[in-house]
Design a protein around this ligand. Structure first.
Ligand code: 5AD
Length: 317
């Protein structure tokens, strides 16, 4: 394990030095039409209050983030009906006009190709859409019947064709997951070649059908970061919030396994607890944009530092 982690760190450092890229996460809305069996914002969870930020609120989050030094904004939210897609396009245009030097990342689920094209046209640069698992049977155990594994992969192909920097990934230790299925995921990731890889341990959310399953492991997740870093030296790999939620040093363990991105929360403080994909989600302290000094201190305790640049995916030599 030690050797694996050391090799992964070395490869990451050859690519990125000891700089860690930041992304400011703005949780746009917890309204979602999907009903994923593991997710706290699934549409049939009636135990949470639903919210959607206004465009002005999003702009205020970006403003605050920009002043702190963020140069990437990630607009993440539940999957909405198509009729709201033009509103998102306008929001993207507004951000793009106001901060032309920033990257805009979207994480808004599955949509028709035309919608993705409209958002790209409006100025979005990157898109995160975890494939969740490459195993069709496991996919159907984690999602309602209406959702399809094939369609998820189709979306990822469209995003790539449209020129987005694309991120996919999995939940580690999801219920019913096996090591064989994780190996399939590694193979898929290598074949698809995403620019970004989003992976975090599964964490149960008590109001979901899978809320009684145990959480995934920080160790196994770190091991996967390391393996994927070795397989894909240039990939942007965040040490995710779920890592920080499960272990106080989870974030740092991810970085010591070759991750090179962190995504502090820029959402308004009062809506943060409503964006509860899982229980006890970390969103304060070093997890939040306001706690950036704490994060910088944490990073420097292991010899790393914040890299304030946009942090685009390096291009193949
Ligand atoms: N535990 C961990 N990750 C989760 N996600 C959703 N629900 C959970 C959970 N209970 C992840 C999914 C999704 C991303 C936005 O959050 O992988 O793609």
């Amino acid at each position: 394990m030690d050797y694996l982690m050391r090799q992964a760190r070395e490869v990451a450092q050859q690519q990125f030095g000891k700089g860690i890229y930041l992304r400011g996460l703005i949780e746009l809305s917890n309204v979602c039409r999907n009903n994923c069996l593991y997710c706290g914002i699934r549409c049939s969870n009636c135990h949470i209050g639903r919210y959607t930020l206004t465009a002005d609120q999003v702009m205020a989050c970006c403003e605050q983030g920009y002043d702190i030094g963020f140069r990437t904004f990630v607009i993440q939210g539940g999957e909405w009906d198509e009729q709201r897609s033009p509103w998102i396009a306008e929001l993207i245009q507004q951000i793009r006009q106001r901060w032309p030097d920033c990257a805009i990342t979207l994480s808004l689920g599955e949509h028709p190709r035309e919608t993705y094209a409209m958002w790209r046209e409006a100025g979005a640069d990157r898109y995160l859409l975890r494939h969740e698992t490459h195993n069709r049977r496991l996919y159907s155990l984690l999602h309602p019947q209406e959702m399809s594994h094939a369609h998820r992969l189709q979306c990822l192909d469209w995003l790539k064709e449209l020129g987005f920097q694309v991120g996919c990934g999995i939940m580690v230790g999801a219920p019913f997951q096996t090591i064989d299925s994780v190996v399939d995921d590694i193979e898929y990731l290598i074949a698809f070649g995403p620019h970004m890889i989003g992976m975090g341990p599964f964490i149960p959310q008590r109001d979901t059908p899978l809320g009684r399953f145990p959480a995934g492991s920080v160790d196994l997740t770190a091991r996967l970061y390391a393996i994927l870093r070795l397989a894909m030296p240039m990939a942007l790999i965040p040490s995710t919030t779920a890592m920080a939620t499960l272990a106080p040093d989870g974030r740092l363990r991810g970085i010591l396994a070759g991750a090179n991105v962190v995504m502090p929360n820029l959402s308004p403080t009062d809506t943060r607890q409503l964006y509860a994909l899982y229980n006890n989600k970390a969103s304060l302290g070093a997890e939040s944009a306001q706690g950036i000094k704490m994060l910088a201190d944490e990073l420097s305790s292991i010899g790393y530092h914040i890299d304030w640049s946009r942090g685009d995916a390096p291009t193949q030599p």
